[in-house]
Write a protein that binds this ligand. Sequence first.
Ligand SMILES: *Cc1c(COP(=O)(O)O)cnc(C)c1O
Length: 387
Amino acid sequence: MTIKQIDKQYIANTYARFDLQLASGKGSLVYDETGKEYIDLATGIAVNAFGVGDEDWKNAIIAQLSQIQHTSNLYYSEPCALLAKTLCERTGMKKVFFSNSGAEANETAIKAARKYGEVNKGKDYSTIVTLKNSFHGRTITTLSATGQDVFHEHFTPMTDGFVHAVANDIEDLKTLVKTYKCCAVMIELVQGEGGVMPLDKAYVKEVETLCRAEDMLFVIDEVQTGNGRTGALYAYMQYGITPDVVSTAKGLGGGLPIGATMLGERAENLFTPGLNGSTFGGNPVCAAGALSVINRIDEPLLASVREKSAYIFDELRGASGVKSVSGMGLMVGIECEKDAGAVIAECMQKGVLVIKAKNKVRLLPALNIPMEQLKKAIRILKEACKV
Ligand SMILES: *Cc1c(COP(=O)(O)O)cnc(C)c1O
C-alpha cells in the first residue's frame, strides 16, 4: 500500500487532503516524496514561522532536547520561565499560561473572562461576545465561541454563554452587551479562517472603549495573527489598543505545538493554584523553540515582513483575474474570478503551495522567505489567477 492509501484506510476521515505528500524541506522550499520542489506559501497554516529546518530554531530545540525533554508543571523549568518573561517584556502583559494549541489558549482566555465576570460583576455575568464569521478553535467551547453556524452542526448542545456580533458594527455589539450579562469581548483582528478579513481600526478602538465602560475583559485571539505574521509582533500593536488577554499559538512554536494565553493587569491575578493546568503546557523543548522564534522577531525582521507584504499587494491588486486582495502583513487573502480550488491546484502543479480561506486563496509565507522565492511564487500565482 502507498502512504496515501494507508492514510485513507487508517486515519479518521476529517481532512480533505490535497493529493500531495510532503517529505522534507529547507527554508521556504519543500519537497514531496518524489523530490518535486515547491515554494511554500502556506507554512503548515502559519506555523513554520521561519520555514523548514531553520538552523537557529533547530539548534535551540536540540540543545534543550539534550538536557531534558519534559518536566511536568510540578517543577520549575528554565525555557518556559524565560519565554514568559520575554513575552511579557515585549508586550507589556503581566503573566502567561502555556498550553499546546490555539484552541486551548482560547479555552484559558475564556476561563479568565468567566472568572473576571464572577469576581468583578457577579456570578451571572458570564456571557462572552465574539464576532460572526470568527474562528476560535475546535473544542466544543471554542466552537461555541466561533461565530459560524456550519461549525456547530452535529455537535449540539454547544457550551452556553456565547453571543455573536456583526463585525465592524459597534451598535450591534452595544445591543448585545445591553441584552446579555457580559464579562468579555473576544475578537480576531484579522479573521483568518473567515476569509482574511481585517477589522476596521476605528471599530476596534470603539470595542476597547466599550469594554472599559462596561467593565468587560478585552480578549484578542492572536493565534494566527500573532508572532510577527501581520508585520508587528502582535497585530493588536497596529491597532493602538491595550488588550486584557491575548491568546496565541500557531507560529509561536515555529513548528512545535505550544499555546500561550497572556494576561494583562486586569487579568493577571485571576488564576490561583489548581484553577487551571496542562500536562504538556510549556514543554521545555517547545518553549526553547518558541523563545528562539520570538527573539528573532525584531524590528528589522518586521520591517521586511511589511515590505514583502507591500510587494504582494502591489503585484496582485488589479492583476488579471484578481477581484480583491485583503489582509495584513504576510497574511493575505485573494478573491479570484476563478474558483479558489482551481487556482490552488494550478499553483501546486507549477510548484507553489497556497491554501484556502472561505472562497479565497490564502497566503501565509514564512516571515523570512527569500525575496527571489517570493517573486517567483507570486509570478506563478498571477499566471494561475489569470483569466
Ligand atoms: C487556528 C486558529 C485557532 C485554533 O488553533 P488550534 O491550534 O488549531 O487549536 C484559533 N483561533 C484562530 C484565530 C486560529 O486561526
